[in-house]
Design a protein around this ligand. Structure first.
Ligand code: UDP
Length: 318
């Protein structure tokens, strides 16, 4: 039986991945310190015979001595706040988890000769000058601003992976994740889809930041997790960086209108100031994922939004 460690197991992506790996008959060790993850994401899994949960801050060196991690085959390193709302609440903690935390987990991988997947982000491209973004693009990131703690620490996390790959032969794999959503994204997450769906269902104003002409490309979580699994499986993906995202680009204004239509909401669309350094456009080039992993997303935005809307209706008891 394969043994996997997932950092950030109580988070949005982590909890989905725990379920998928248990279904694939893995032994799964989940680690989280609940900085932005939620215990309730894991409640139904805690009694699973192949799942062990450890409450632990991975920036502490004590993570190197956890007996439960011995013999691990695969490490999925997802721990980090990912919503601007959460990473901007604790900028230094965000820097530490993506740098010190990443190095600690790379040390665990090295000790155990485990494969190591690092959850990087499209934020390494910053406010991109090249569009769409392929893995070759080096980015346009501001070091001096409220997004820098996340963007720059993810970039340094990638560099840690590079060094552990070249100096120690750790089998690293880096996924650059573009905007991801699902029916179970927490509705106080602050990211655009959870905000818009919650606002539309409650009949509150739908809050667009800026003119709404900025774009994003949204990937449903099941597709994202498929990409992670294929990345971990693929020998050719060792020492590689691969974009994981959906190529269907949509402006935030179009998204607001789509959510309104799909919910049948009478909410008013209102405009608020654009946050500092908010990227103007984002769309992944996914040719590398197609070629290397045979991966591409399957769930389109309308289907994904309908799943999200149905689940939020229940969550909000509507
Ligand atoms: N956004 C918005 N209204 C909201 C939340 C977000 O207009 O209530 C905008 C935000 O300014 C950005 C886009 O939606 O341009 C995506 O924001 P999100 O926080 O979901 O992700 P990220 O900025 O990290 O791509």
């Amino acid at each position: 039986m394969k043994k996997a460690v997932i950092t950030g197991a109580a988070g949005f992506l982590g909890s989905h991945l725990v379920k998928r790996l248990l279904d694939k008959n893995y032994k799964v060790i989940g680690i989280d310190n609940f900085s932005s993850g939620k215990g309730e994401n894991l409640v139904e899994l805690l009694n699973h015979q192949n799942f062990t949960f450890i409450e632990q801050d991975i920036t502490s060196a004590t993570v190197l001595n956890l007996d439960d991690l011995n013999g691990v085959n695969e490490i999925f390193h997802l721990a980090s706040p990912a919503s601007p709302k959460f990473y901007q609440k604790d900028p230094l903690g965000t820097i530490y988890v993506n740098t010190i935390g990443t190095e600690n987990m790379l040390k665990v991988a090295k000790q155990n000769k485990a494969k190591f997947l690092f959850a990087s982000t499209s934020e390494v491209y910053g406010d991109p000058i090249e569009h769409p973004q392929s893995e070759h693009y080096r980015g346009n990131v501001n070091t001096w601003g409220p997004r820098a703690c996340y963007d720059e620490s993810k970039r340094l996390g990638e560099t840690y992976c590079y060094e552990y790959y070249h100096q120690y032969g750790v089998q690293v794999k880096i996924v650059r994740i573009f905007n991801t959503y699902s029916a179970s994204l927490r509705n106080d997450d602050g990211r655009v889809i959870s905000n818009f769906v919650t606002q539309a269902l409650l009949g509150k104003d739908i809050t667009i930041y800026g003119d709404g002409l900025q774009s994003r490309s949204f990937c449903y979580v099941d597709d994202t997790i498929d990409g992670f699994l294929k990345m971990m499986e693929s020998k050719d993906a060792t020492g590689e960086i691969v974009n994981i995202g959906n190529t269907n680009e949509i402006t935030i204004l179009e998204l607001a209108k789509l959510v309104k239509r799909l919910t049948g909401s009478k909410s008013t669309i209102v405009f608020h100031p654009l946050p500092i350094d908010d990227p103007r456009e984002r769309r992944p080039v996914i040719e590398k994922a197609k070629r290397l992993l045979g991966w591409e997303p399957k769930v389109d935005i309308e289907e994904g939004l309908l799943r999200t809307i149905n689940s939020y209706r229940k969550l909000l008891k509507l």
